[in-house]
Design a protein around this ligand. Structure first.
Ligand code: G3I
Length: 363
């Protein structure tokens, strides 16, 4: 036997199989989605119609996320578009999708001025007492129906003005007074005592007046024994929102002892005034340098969340749409922007890898 030939071929086979196995585990690593690297749920809001029509999007959604929020279908204007009509069909299908894919279903939302149907507004204008009865009936019916299926609810969304610390003078507030917030939580809790109940708002990561007012409201609710269990930071931020300000806001928020949910994360480059069509196009093109900067910003957000929010208060991080193709930002503000972690061709951006690094890195 030619021993040197024999050992040579053993050597070659070993090297080849080593290379193959490295390649295999690399591939596995690549296939692992964001959720596989996180100690807390990673979610996304998405339009269910868009999701159901697009297989590639579904694959990305299933591999990266273990929590799902419907971007639009679970709001009041879709649930009860006309008096006496309740349409549950789409929600039942979301419940099925979440269950099949082992995802937590986050309920967004119960009371939001912006999604109150016209028929409710018209009726309440004539009879404010009716609104109180309707609110109880609506929340009770809805939350009871999905008891044990919807893990948590944004019970009241955006109850404060966009800026500063004032309560938003919505139809709900005008008819029922500030107490409508406490009552909404009470009704939701009675319908599903296990559900985690959130107050959710935007700009609170950077507007100190608004955050302080939110925290004061939460303290008052807690003092009255109102069953609030979470605070949602929508976190629709801009590249120039200072990290130190966000970190300080999170530090203040954790003192409430509530679950903290980053509930609608995206990061834009351009500007807006918080109103529909209020975008200001500052950047026409997304450069490589901007992509890298956005990756760093996404990484910082995860790292802040991991280091500032105690494990037992981490309800998770949820993206609001996860592709630059589908993002709400462009249509709403009427600008072109690139706020998410996947590009328009549904390929992961540096932002995706920045977020992933933030998840993987030890604190
Ligand atoms: O489904 C109808 C479709 O049948 C119709 O042809 C089309 C014509 O405009 O409208 C479709 O409904 C739209 C729906 O999204 C689904 O795509 C509504 O017009 C549109 O107003 C609705 O927008 C949603 C918006 O909230 C209002 O509900 C956005 O998708 C959603 O991203 C946005 O989400 C909000 C959060 O709830 C609260 N925080 C801010 C965030 C962004 O604005």
């Amino acid at each position: 036997m030619n021993y040197s030939k024999y050992f040579n071929s053993i050597f070659i086979i070993t090297i080849v199989s080593l290379l193959l196995s490295c390649n295999g585990s690399d591939k596995k690593e690549k296939l692992k989605g964001l959720k596989e690297h996180a100690d807390f749920p990673i979610g996304t809001a998405i339009k269910i119609k868009t999701l159901s029509k697009d297989e590639k999007l579904q694959k990305l959604q299933i591999s990266n996320f273990n929590s799902i929020t419907s971007a639009s279908d679970m709001k009041m204007n879709n649930i009860t578009p006309k008096e006496g009509v309740y349409s549950w069909g789409i929600i039942d299908s979301i419940v099925g999708y979440a269950h099949k894919n082992n995802q937590r279903l986050f309920g967004h939302n119960l009371i939001w001025h912006s999604s109150t149907p016209n028929w409710v507004k018209e009726k309440a204008a004539k009879d404010s007492l009716w609104l109180g009865t309707f609110m109880k009936e609506y929340i009770t019916k809805y939350v009871t129906r999905y008891k044990g299926k919807v893990a948590a609810w944004d019970v009241v969304n955006e109850g404060l003005e966009s800026h500063g610390g004032n309560v938003r003078k919505t139809m709900w507030y005008n008819a029922l007074g500030k107490d409508y917030i406490a009552k909404a939580f009470q009704y939701a809790h009675e319908a599903d005592p296990e559900a985690i109940l959130f107050y959710n708002d935007f700009n609170i990561e950077r507007d100190t007046l608004k955050l302080n007012s939110t925290l004061k409201m939460i303290k008052e609710l807690q003092a009255k024994g109102v069953p609030i269990s979470g605070l949602g930071f929508q976190m629709h931020i801009r590249m120039d929102t200072p990290n130190e300000v966000i970190a300080n806001s999170l530090k203040k928020a954790v003192k409430t002892g509530l679950q903290i949910h980053i509930s609608e994360l995206d990061i834009i480059f351009n500007k807006h005034d918080d109103t529909r069509r209020g975008g200001i196009q500052v950047y026409e093109k997304l450069t490589d340098e901007m992509k890298q900067e956005q990756a760093k910003k996404y990484k910082s957000i995860v790292k802040m969340y991991k280091t500032i929010v105690p494990k037992e208060q981490q309800y998770g991080i949820t993206f609001w749409d996860f592709t630059d193709r589908d993002t709400w930002i462009k249509g709403f503000f009427n600008i072109n922007d690139w706020p998410t972690i996947f590009d328009e061709q549904l390929e992961p951006k540096p932002a995706y890898f920045g977020f992933l690094e933030g998840l993987k890195e030890k604190n």
